[in-house]
Design a protein. Structure first.
Length: 228
């Protein structure tokens, strides 16, 4: 990853832009944790714990995806930049969904339902959440919830071609989702609704499209150089 490579920035912006989607998928738990008036201020600690676990699961998904992508890239040889180009295209697709609201990533969600059938019972055992440790465990499991946005980001991470870059990209994405999710739990949803506003989502989605296009420059240069 070069210093000018915008991949991490794109992941962060995609997380911020996808906050509205995340509020719909995971916001109920965050709001419930924050609303539970646990003694000693543990409600807020549980919100942070839940989101920490969720981001850690995204980071693990990114590492696994990047490792898989590295193996595929090694098999492609000189054509390996094509995998990175696919990652850029997926990033732009995510941006288009955020701008338009079209459920372009729904097929990815359907593909993950089988895995979630095994994880969901474990997640239910962590509820009700009684302390921050349980919240971290719940978040780590809930991060595997079938979500087209997360899956598209994971496929993008696979295209980066290494476990480290994949993990870093998904970590940045997860961190980008935290402000709205934490705000939902801490403020009764007021700040969370602002961060999930349609206008803000569209603007950030457009930024993701542009960053995806910029990311595509690097593999295109590699493919063109390989052709000479």
């Amino acid at each position: 990853m070069t210093p000018a490579d915008p991949t991490l920035l794109a992941g962060l912006v995609a997380g911020l832009a996808g906050s509205g989607h995340c509020l719909g998928m995971c916001g109920g738990i965050s709001a419930a944790l924050g609303g539970a008036a646990a003694p000693g201020g543990r409600g807020f600690a549980c919100v942070l714990g839940y989101n920490t676990g969720r981001v850690l699961s995204y980071t693990l998904i990114g590492a696994l995806a990047g490792l898989l992508g590295a193996g595929i890239g090694a098999g492609l040889g000189a054509a390996a930049p094509a995998l990175r180009l696919l990652a850029a295209a997926l990033m732009m697709l995510v941006g288009v969904q955020l701008v338009t609201g079209w459920r372009l990533l729904a097929p990815l969600e359907n593909a993950g339902l089988r895995l979630w059938q095994y994880i969901a019972p474990l997640a239910r055992r962590c509820m009700p959440v009684r302390h921050p440790g349980m919240a971290i465990a719940l978040g780590a499991l809930w991060g595997w919830l079938p979500c087209g946005l997360v899956y598209a980001m994971a496929l993008t991470a696979a295209g980066l071609g290494s476990a480290g870059q994949g993990a870093g990209f998904m970590l940045a994405f997860g961190l980008g989702t935290i402000p709205a999710m934490a705000a939902l739990g801490a403020t009764g949803g007021r700040l969370g609704r602002v961060l999930g506003h349609a206008g803000l989502r569209r603007s950030a989605g457009l930024a993701v499209v542009l960053l995806g296009a910029w990311t595509a420059v690097f593999p295109l240069q590699g493919l063109l150089a390989g052709g000479h």
